[in-house]
Design a protein around this ligand. Sequence first.
Ligand SMILES: C[S@@+](CC[C@H](N)C(=O)[O-])C[C@H]1O[C@@H](n2cnc3c(N)ncnc32)[C@H](O)[C@@H]1O
Length: 206
Amino acid sequence: MDQRLFFPATQRNKIYIGDVLSKIPLKKGFVLEIGSGSGEHGIEFQKRFPDIIWQTSDPEMEHRKSIISWIDYENLNFKMPKPLEIDVTKSPWPIYGKLIDNLQVIISINMIHIAPWECSESLFKESGKLLNFGKFLIIYGPFKIKDKHISETNELFDKSLKIQNSDWGVRNLEEVDKEARINGFSQKKLIKMPANNLTLIYQKVS
Ligand SMILES: C[S@@+](CC[C@H](N)C(=O)[O-])C[C@H]1O[C@@H](n2cnc3c(N)ncnc32)[C@H](O)[C@@H]1O
């Protein structure tokens, strides 16, 4: 049964995020994606970066079914593992030895603002335990800078998030950076993306 979901924003941003990933020195090994959603990013990046193995994950069953459907649809079963059921707040994450031993990058796209702040804290804490020195944690989404929105549309979006759930909201870059530092990461790059989003590239430095 075809259970693929289609996320319009994902279709719009996948090329730009892929362009950022293409500049990272990705060695053979695994990328672990947190909050993969529909799986459209996963299959796109697996096709674009055939030397790595793209491991998707999501806590929502409906999303994991969509990811499996996308992997089938694209005939990527020979390469891509099935999605893992990872809720960032549930430690330890259910991951396997081969993934831990060969983990190059953890990436989370458009997750931390659509989840309580506790999820950002857990994302950094668990990533800090899993990633070795020199490896990368990449976060994409809208951010405030010095507690100010960088566009009117981001401000409206933030309001709409808080109406849905008062614990959600566009995060402040300085607080995200602080979580990174606490867990042994240094911000290596901040890349301005289309539609007032940012990509933050953190590297494990201790
Ligand atoms: C807006 S969607 C983004 C999906 C995908 N990354 C994309 O950009 O298309 C947010 C995703 O975060 C996931 N998510 C929410 N809370 C989470 C948590 N505690 N741990 C891991 N993922 C979570 C949701 O299930 C959802 O798939």
